[in-house]
Design a protein around this ligand. Structure first.
Ligand SMILES: Nc1ncnc2c1ncn2[C@@H]1O[C@H](COP(=O)(O)OP(=O)(O)O)[C@@H](O)[C@H]1O
Ligand SMILES: [Mg+2]
Length: 278
């Protein structure tokens, strides 16, 4: 493990102007300058409002975080402030929230232990507390670390590619990256293409949330994989590969060969097999 690079000052570009809102997930909003990103953890109320929206709204509306969706979320948070929690904080919402936050914290710990300083993740720098300006409602934010900005998420990168061979190459790289994770005793339970980024000709893990080192959890996930008929659709690649059925087919086949119990177990370090493995 290599510690993050410690700087005496934040890179000047982080404080030079207002940072751009670059992306968001359920737990974080990501802002960027030219070469660096900073992550703002969402407040519990934001996360709960998002989980509620996921329950209420039809899927297609949710796939692209957009301004109207953000406004809806803010309105919902206002309603949540007036209406008693017993009405909206159901056992199910609590459970989703609990799973998300424990997986996020554990993933972050595992990434720091096993991935920091490797080519599998973008570089992280730390610096003394620094105030940065961000877009949106928030204004200012104090941060002590930043992550190297990648050109694109793997999802966006693949959506833009036209050459089928090129698409094929990136999908293979993605499978290779996952296998190098398994060799380190790490498996991503949230291996969505938006959680990976493209840096030059490398793929890196952007979102460590969902990383596990527990074989029983990996096993459970792989049992689920067995019933997924078209992994590329599951990964959100349906539209990208619609025009390339051969590549879609090849990829699904290779995925099935690689993302299964025997194959993952072959990569998994024997020392991290828990008693539940066999
Ligand atoms: N280093 C980075 N460079 C460029 N974009 C990033 C970077 N890290 C995150 N993002 C963008 O921000 C989004 C949300 O970040 P992520 O860590 O996945 O948060 P969450 O845990 O909420 O899902 C990503 O899907 C991606 O679009
Ligand atoms: Mg994410």
């Amino acid at each position: 493990m290599a510690a993050p690079r410690v700087l005496l000052h934040a890179p000047p570009e982080l404080t030079a102007g207002r940072l751009k809102r670059l992306g968001e997930g359920i737990g974080k909003v990501v802002y960027a300058s030219e070469h660096w990103v900073i992550k703002r953890p969402r407040t519990p109320s934001e996360i709960v409002a998002l989980i509620l929206l996921w329950k209420i709204l039809p899927r297609p509306l949710l796939t692209r975080p957009s301004r109207p969706l953000r406004l809806l979320r803010v309105c919902l948070q206002a309603v949540m402030r007036i209406v008693p929690a017993s009405v909206w904080l159901s056992a199910h919402v609590k459970e989703v929230w609990r799973i998300y936050s424990t997986r996020d914290r554990r993933g972050e710990r595992l990434a720091r232990q096993h991935l920091e300083g490797t080519p599998l993740v973008p570089e992280v720098i730390t610096f003394p507390p620094t105030e940065v300006h961000v877009g949106g409602f928030l204004g200012c934010l104090t941060v002590t670390e930043a992550t190297a900005r990648v050109e694109n998420t793997l999802h966006d990168h693949l959506s833009k590619l036209r050459d089928p061979e090129e698409i094929h190459r990136w999908l293979n790289r993605f499978l290779d990256l996952r296998q190098s994770g398994w060799q380190r005793g790490l498996f991503s339970l949230d291996a969505h293409l938006k959680n990976f980024g493209v840096a030059g000709d490398r793929i890196v893990l952007l979102d460590s949330g969902g990383l596990t080192d527990q074989w029983d959890e990996v096993h459970e996930r792989l049992v689920f994989e067995e019933v997924v008929a078209q992994p590329h659709v599951q990964l959100g690649l349906g539209p990208v590969l619609a025009a390339h059925p051969r590549i879609a087919n090849d990829f699904d086949q290779r995925w099935k060969e690689i993302v299964n119990r025997e194959s993952v177990l072959r990569h998994w370090p024997q020392t991290s097999l828990s008693a539940t493995a066999e």
